[in-house]
Design a protein around this ligand. Sequence first.
Ligand code: SF4
Ligand code: SF4
Ligand code: SF4
Length: 335
Amino acid sequence: MVFMGTVFAGLAVGFWQKSGSIFYLYNFSIIGASLMLGLGLWPLLPRQHKPWARRLSQILVGGYLFFGLGMGLIHLGFGVILPENMQIEGFWFWLLAGMSAASVLHYAIAKIVGPFIFNRGWCGWACWTTAVLDLLPWKKSPGRIPGHWGYLRYLHFLLVAIIVFVLVKHFHYGLPDTLGIVKFKDINPMNVNVYSSMWHIPELWWFLAGNIGYYGLGIVFACVFRDNRAFCKYLCPIVAFFKIGSRFALVKIAAEKEKCTDCKTCELFCPMDIRLTEYIKAGRRITSSECVICLTCTSVCPNDVLQVSFGFDMSSYDYLRCKISGESQPEREER
Ligand code: SF4
Ligand code: SF4
Ligand code: SF4
């Protein structure tokens, strides 16, 4: 928690000083404080209520990014509404326009560089999609569908990148077509269109339409597979970014091998179907790039075998639990 707080305080002050904009001080302070609130509550709550600490953090960080930046409401304090498409499509639009606005910074920090340090902590503690999906009733995963369905995520990633690239390069559709500012104090900080209402701003509609699609698919997948995290396992395109850094992440789950009784309770409750005992028997940390650092395993283990740790290691193997003919059955997958 102290480490997390220090990193976000450094980001807040560093970006503020470098850019001269106090927005960055607010922005990273809000995110850092929300994460620290969840992480601080975690050890204080009894085992059965610990997930609420994580959900609180997801709702606060995800809610801030969704409403504050995605819908532009944080900019009210600065006299304008400037929505920004924080979805992956928005990241590509801004990147191709050569501008490092909120979505590019967000992807760079939380999803590209961040995983080298915090692993997929974003997925466990901050994602606005799973802030909703994690509230659905299928919290205990029945196991993954056998086969290589996880590769759909990479196809999705490529498809999104190609669509944006074609729109920008072939149809010359770019940021000037999507941006817009609603003036509240007669301030116009960028040379873009001024609309009479925020609902006329195309950027807002890109963001909302993308989210309606992702939430809709996430809920349908959760219902069909009876698994709240099915969208993360089979369809989320952002996983393509996470997989690069999370293998090398400093933060991972570690086990005291001698205390483990191989009861497999941690595996049954792991929302990402990770076969933790394979790593424990090998004397390794949980190096699976599917781990979202939700800490569920640490709270359900009856012998307190598991805890968060810092270190240098990596693995190219994901040991995952798959279901076969309706039964939960172990299987090894390599990705
Ligand atoms: S895999 Fe995608 S949807 Fe799932 S938590 Fe991570 S970013 Fe969110
Ligand atoms: S291994 Fe533990 S921390 Fe990682 S996803 Fe599974 S339950 Fe969460
Ligand atoms: S729940 Fe604890 S004791 Fe049981 S297999 Fe997992 S780490 Fe070992």
